[in-house]
Write a protein that binds this ligand. Structure first.
Ligand code: AMP
Ligand code: ZN
Ligand code: FE
Ligand code: FE
Length: 287
């Protein structure tokens, strides 16, 4: 099997609809794909409906969380797989995060507009549609002004977290999020633990604590990870008994990445399925 466990559709900040996302996966030779939009399960229905028959679908989400250790507060992304999307506590928290994304997105737009950048709230709302709003949607508006050539370029300037227009978004305490995912029968896996920010706090001791709290796995192979980071994370996963996953974090046209460019093993998927009780495990041929 050829497996990608972390991708975004246009229900968050990817550019492909779930149907296009799954077709892209199939065309790239993948057999198993996880849809993991930011802070929402709204794309699951379309994914279930439009799934190409030969593709196995893993339903998930990428949750915005934070971790406080030693006086440091860092943003951590938590992948959650195969949880019950109707779980009241989990759904209420994701609702809260999405509501804040909408407000925070508009606050960033207001700051840009106040500085004379010719975009508007209406334009960004139209670009985002029903999606959980993220900076890439604002990035597309910036591209349309001609001020930047790509969303990635916008992230290097106007959208940078240390730039003057940045507004922080709400997130969930990581320990609480892990509890909510497990409570909904799902499987929590830390996304790209060696990306900027989180890398300085997610050492083996912290990951061991999180495992004791219910963390099931860590993303080992991810485009943000150097070969050294991958080797280190593979070792940590082995030592701590965590599932090690791999994925592209594909965002369609919003990020220069190929779907399936990093991948997971069959063992990782089996371990995720074995640990889940929240949703029909897999949909498709491998189910
Ligand atoms: P936000 O969730 O609104 O804070 O925006 C962060 C999201 O933008 C993350 O999901 C990233 O995957 C995406 N992102 C981060 N850097 C870039 C980049 N250079 N180009 C395109 N998308 C990016
Ligand atoms: Zn994203
Ligand atoms: Fe992420
Ligand atoms: Fe992601």
């Amino acid at each position: 099997m050829t497996i990608d466990l972390h991708t975004h559709s246009d229900f968050s900040d990817g550019t492909d609809s779930p149907a296009q996302l799954m077709a892209a996966a199939r065309d790239a030779g993948l057999t198993t794909l996880a849809i993991t939009d930011h802070d929402t399960t709204a794309g699951w229905k379309a994914a279930e409906r439009d799934r190409p028959p030969e593709l196995t679908l893993v339903r998930g989400a990428e949750w915005s969380t934070h971790l406080v250790t030693g006086g440091d507060r860092v943003s951590v992304h938590l992948l959650a797989y195969l949880f019950d999307p109707a779980d009241r506590a989990l759904a209420a928290e994701l609702d809260r995060l999405r509501a804040d994304r909408a407000e925070r997105g508009m606050a960033i737009v207001d700051r840009l507009v106040a500085d004379g950048i010719p975009i508007s709230r209406e334009q960004v709302r139209e670009i985002a549609g029903d999606a959980a709003i993220g900076r890439p949607h604002i990035g597309r508006a910036l591209v349309s002004t001609g001020l930047v050539a790509s969303v990635t370029e916008a992230f290097g300037s106007y959208l940078s977290w240390h730039g003057p227009y940045f507004v922080r978004k709400e997130d969930t305490d990581l320990h609480a999020a892990i509890g909510l995912v497990r409570g909904a029968g799902g499987v929590p896996v830390i996304a790209h633990p060696r990306s900027r920010g989180a890398a300085r706090v997610l050492d083996q001791a912290v990951l061991a604590d999180l495992r004791d709290d219910g963390l099931a796995g860590i993303e080992v192979d991810h485009p943000d990870h150097t070969p050294q980071a991958r080797a280190e994370l593979r070792e940590i996963a082995g030592r701590l008994g965590l599932i090690g996953t791999g994925a592209s974090d594909y965002h369609g046209g919003n990020k220069a990445l190929r779907i399936g460019q990093d991948r997971s093993t069959e063992d990782a998927v089996e371990a995720i399925v074995a640990a889940s009780s929240g949703a029909t495990p897999l949909l498709g041929p491998a189910a």
